[in-house]
Design a protein around this ligand. Structure first.
Ligand code: AMP
Length: 396
């Protein structure tokens, strides 16, 4: 494996797997170009060194073959604006014409290949398809963190055709470094904040974290399965009865591992799921019949903030309540502010996983934490301790 920063791309053709799966509106205009912007440092490194760039990506989920709605031609101009370089485009990713075009590419030029997923071979991880794709470059760079948990042709299988000339781009490198700063090199005390709707979807993460952190703060809907496991009354709150035994096991294991699990002492309960609902704050284990817990209460906010501000390493995955509704956003907002303050005081903070990322964006705090992960599913699997095929393929 090579390191992008030390590598000299002069006279090299770099085949870069990017994640340009950007949202498009009905007029095929990009509504959020964050993912393109995120790949610019890697592209610029190759161009500035005097190399050429061949970009490959997927866009959407085309069912059967080429479909104009999912064509990457719609994003050519934006890549060109952001790189300040002309971007050439070929309407296929493995045709002879595509391969001739990339082999004629000059240093300083960019070529974008058509959507990889117009071939079902991409998601199937097909060998021949990977071999054909590999013809586009002398060097392979994977900078698509969002798909690193997939064993697809362009994200994993292709790496074997570049036995030595393969590396991560800056984006993936930063994601890996950030997770490692929490899970393997984290300074203690390490606190994980785990929220979101259901305990079932966060079980593997919590189990993995029980081996690595000092505190686990629980919030969101999953808190009520724990509250019921402790014998509490949870009213109409979201409870997964099937997971009550698992919640009990987690509490026991935490105890055995000397990990503090913090459950919300109080809850903002509502009489219906809307911004106009009547609200009351009550103990999380004494929620009246007909009421549901939709946010953590002020005591929980204070306890959680104290724990967060005393931490040197913080990982946050999942909101503390239904933050999308203004009436129930306070817990998530205050926890975000505590993470920001801890970061200001020198803690390392990583926000990873879809909805906590949406929350820090909503409160305009994304640039006040150490790292916000771009890869929802990939980050979740990484935090679960799974081997990610796209990472293994480069390291192996
Ligand atoms: P997840 O994708 O599992 O992280 O869940 C995020 C979702 O959980 C968000 O859409 C929140 O609105 C929702 N959520 C957070 N707290 C609660 C709660 N107390 N009851 C129901 N849903 C919640």
């Amino acid at each position: 494996m090579q390191n992008i920063n030390d590598y000299n791309f002069n006279n090299k053709k770099a085949l870069i797997r990017v994640d340009f799966n950007v949202p498009l509106n009905e007029s095929m205009e990009i509504t959020d170009d964050t993912r393109i912007r995120a790949a610019i440092p890697t592209i610029k490194k190759v161009l500035n060194d005097g190399g050429a760039v061949v970009l490959m990506s997927h866009l959407g989920r085309p069912k059967s073959g080429p479909n104009d709605k999912f064509s990457l031609k719609h994003i050519v101009n934006r890549i060109s604006e952001l790189t300040e370089t002309k971007v050439n485009f070929v309407d296929d990713c493995i045709s002879e014409d595509a391969i001739t075009t990339s082999s004629n590419l000059n240093n300083g030029e960019i070529l974008l290949l058509e959507n990889l997923r117009f071939y079902k071979h991409e998601t199937a991880g097909d060998q021949n398809f990977s071999r054909q794709l590999a013809k586009h470059g002398d060097v392979y760079i994977n900078d698509a963190f969002g798909t690193v948990h997939r064993a697809h042709a362009s994200t994993a299988v292709i790496a074997k055709f570049f036995p030595t000339e393969k590396m991560f781009g800056y984006l993936i490198e930063k994601e890996i470094t950030s997770v490692n700063k929490v899970l393997t090199e984290g300074k203690h005390p390490i606190t994980a904040i785990v929220g979101g709707a259901k305990v079932s979807s966060k079980l593997t993460i919590i189990e993995n974290l029980l081996e690595k952190v000092d505190n686990i703060i629980i919030g969101g809907g999953m808190a009520y399965t724990f509250a019921k496991a402790l014998g509490g009354k949870t009213g109409n709150s979201l409870v997964e009865d099937d997971f009550i035994p698992t919640a009990k096991e987690i509490l026991e294991k935490a105890n055995a591992n000397n990990v503090s699990i913090l459950l919300p002492s109080d809850t903002v309960a509502a009489d219906n799921f809307s911004n106009e609902a009547n609200k009351q704050t009550c103990s999380t284990t004494e929620i009246p019949d007909g009421w549901m817990g939709l946010d953590i209460g002020v005591n929980a906010i204070n306890e959680y903030s104290k724990c967060i501000k005393n931490s040197k390493t913080i990982l946050w995955n999942g909101p503390m309540g239904v933050f999308e509704i203004e009436s129930f956003q306070e817990g998530t907002k205050q926890v975000a502010l505590a993470v920001v303050e801890a970061t200001k005081n020198g803690a390392f903070s990583l926000v990873g996983g879809g909805d906590s990322v949406a929350a820090v964006n909503k409160f305009n705090l994304a640039d006040k934490v150490s790292h916000v992960s771009t890869g929802g599913g990939a980050m979740l699997e990484y935090l679960e301790g799974k081997d990610l095929p796209g990472i293994k393929a480069i390291l192996g």
